[in-house]
Design a protein around this ligand. Structure first.
Ligand code: ADP
Ligand code: MG
Length: 307
């Protein structure tokens, strides 16, 4: 289990600076999948690096079971066997092949096991066809997948992933995400995933932590937070929403009725695949709702919150 206890961190150690992370507390259980979300610059990457022991804390402690994770001041070699970290910028060896990169830290004393292990990981990241390709010729997304496989090669107990699919194109993202996250669950590897993509979170995370203003403003299951986002920031991560009488109402919660207190004039239609998102205007507000088909501009519609 990972225990993050009262940690505070600033990049420069001047006391006047506002901390990037201010007194954070949370834990991650064995095999648990935790997502870290928050706006750009909210400290997601910093938090992962701090957990990995890349920086010294101003205050607080981090433990994996009874091992304390220490920064460079107390620990010359950054990193532990039980923990792996895949950064947004990956440092692969460009002039050797994909399979050589993945197997780089695996022992050569057991060539058969090594080969099988590399093959298994090539399948997890869906790069079987590129085993013999030199890394320097790969695309950004392919390199990201090699970095993932390499981090998993010696099975860690916990893995920290910083926007792990940010370079992957939409053609491969869904299936790769399923493959990697299901693999981690099967092997009972805990993971902390910094992401700005709700698809990384909804179907996979056991818990999500929302960072804002250097603090944790929510730490709950995706189901709970989706249902009661509490803050517009959290709602905006999931879906299009409205603030109606200070209540967060998702666009899909509004339905058309014959008559109601909420009358809008259709202003614009946005094609979304199996539905249209409709922008409607009241006298002084913009309201988003969903409809199966396109609506005529300037048509007047009555809406209410579906029971
Ligand atoms: P996120 O990953 O959520 O986008 P980051 O952790 O990268 O956020 O950044 C959090 C804050 O810390 C930002 O204000 C950023 O400018 C600052 N920051 C990040 N890296 C450094 C660094 N190496 N030195 C100084 N400030 C940094
Ligand atoms: Mg980041």
């Amino acid at each position: 289990m990972l225990n993050v206890q009262n940690i505070t961190f600033t990049y420069t150690k001047k006391s006047a600076d506002t901390p990037v992370l201010n007194n954070l507390n949370f834990s991650v259980n064995t095999g648990e999948h935790v997502s870290i979300i928050g706006e750009s610059g909210s400290g997601k990457s910093t938090l992962l690096k701090v957990i990995y022991g890349e920086y010294d804390l101003n205050e607080g402690n981090i433990f994996w079971n009874d091992i304390e994770i220490l920064g460079p001041k107390y620990n010359l070699v950054v990193g532990y066997d039980f923990m792996k970290y895949v950064a947004q910028e990956f440092d692969l060896m460009p002039f050797i092949t994909v399979e050589e990169n993945i197997g780089k830290h695996l022992s050569n004393f057991f060539p058969k096991e090594k080969k099988e292990r590399v093959q298994e990981l090539l399948e997890v990241v869906e790069l079987e066809d590129f085993a013999k390709t030199k890394v320097k010729t790969l695309s950004g997304g392919q390199k990201q997948r090699v970095a993932l496989a390499r981090a998993l090669a010696k099975q860690p107990e916990i893995i920290l992933l910083d926007e792990p699919f940010s370079h992957i194109d939409n053609f491969h993202k869904q299936s790769l995400r399923r493959s990697v996250f299901n693999y981690l669950k099967e092997k009972n590897i805990a993971c902390i995933v910094a992401t700005h993509d709700s698809e990384d979170v909804l179907a996979y995370a056991d818990r999500m932590i929302v960072l804002h203003d250097s603090k944790i403003i929510a730490n709950k299951s995706p189901q709970e937070l989706y249902k009661s986002p509490e803050m517009p920031l959290t709602a905006s991560f999931f879906d299009e929403f409205n603030l109606i009488n200070d209540q967060i109402i998702y666009a899909h919660q509004l339905q058309r009725v014959d008559k109601s207190d909420l009358k809008v004039k259709v202003y614009r239609n946005y094609f979304k695949g199996h539905y249209y998102l409709i922008e409607g205007h009241t006298d002084d507000d913009i309201i988003f709702f969903e409809n199966k088909s396109k609506l005529e501009i300037n048509q007047e519609i009555y809406l209410e919150v579906a029971p």
